[in-house]
Ligand binder design. Structure first.
Ligand SMILES: [Zn+2]
Length: 191
């Protein structure tokens, strides 16, 4: 199971995810979201934000793609070997985009079980842009813990990502004190 991070660490990394969300290209039809994946020892394994490389990109999906976990494959397609190879490659790929580096040798499957995905918005449980929602990608990755600032309002798709994660055995924490900060970049969608 994932190790509980300290409350201070959770706030720090969720603020980092919120900061990344401000780098999203503005959209009238999708939320701006940032995500940071942090190992139990505090190492940043990956990060991403909405529409980072493609208009369809979701933040969590983009972060997982850096670890070699693509969004267009289902959990059953992926083996532990694939994941390890992808994580090694992520050390190179993560040098772009967000500026986060993946430490070589980190990011094994065991790291992911102890890792926390910080997302400025609840991971999606359904989506219009690609077939696999982020909640399912996170579950398939083996990540043990997710920390979010707020739940997705049912504007574009129904929410429910946090419930799906919990049903799969993941720990989900909400830090409502940071909801306003996470919503600010999306104010035009919420009015
Ligand atoms: Zn998503």
């Amino acid at each position: 199971m994932a190790q509980p991070a300290s409350p201070d660490a959770d706030v720090h990394w969720l603020l980092e995810a919120i900061s990344l969300s401000r780098r999203c290209l503005p959209s009238a039809t999708a939320f701006s979201v940032g995500a940071v994946l942090v190992a139990a020892d505090g190492t940043v394994l990956s990060a991403g934000f909405s529409r980072e490389r493609d208009p369809r990109d979701h933040a969590e999906e983009s972060a997982l793609a850096r670890l070699g976990i693509p969004g267009d494959r289902t959990a059953g397609d992926r083996t532990a070997g694939d994941r390890t190879a992808g994580v090694r490659a992520a050390g190179v790929r993560a040098a772009g985009g967000t500026g986060y580096r993946s430490g070589s040798g980190s990011g094994t499957a065991a790291d992911l079980a102890g890792a926390t995905m910080y997302s400025s918005l609840e991971p999606c449980a359904s989506r219009a842009s690609r077939p696999v929602p982020c909640a399912d990608l996170i579950i398939a990755s083996g990540i043990g813990r997710v920390v979010i600032a707020w739940h997705e309002p049912p504007i574009f798709v129904p929410g429910g990502g946090a419930a799906r994660l919990r049903e799969a055995g993941l720990t989900v924490m909400v830090i409502p004190e940071l909801a306003a900060a996470a919503q600010a970049v999306n104010a035009h969608l919420l009015s």
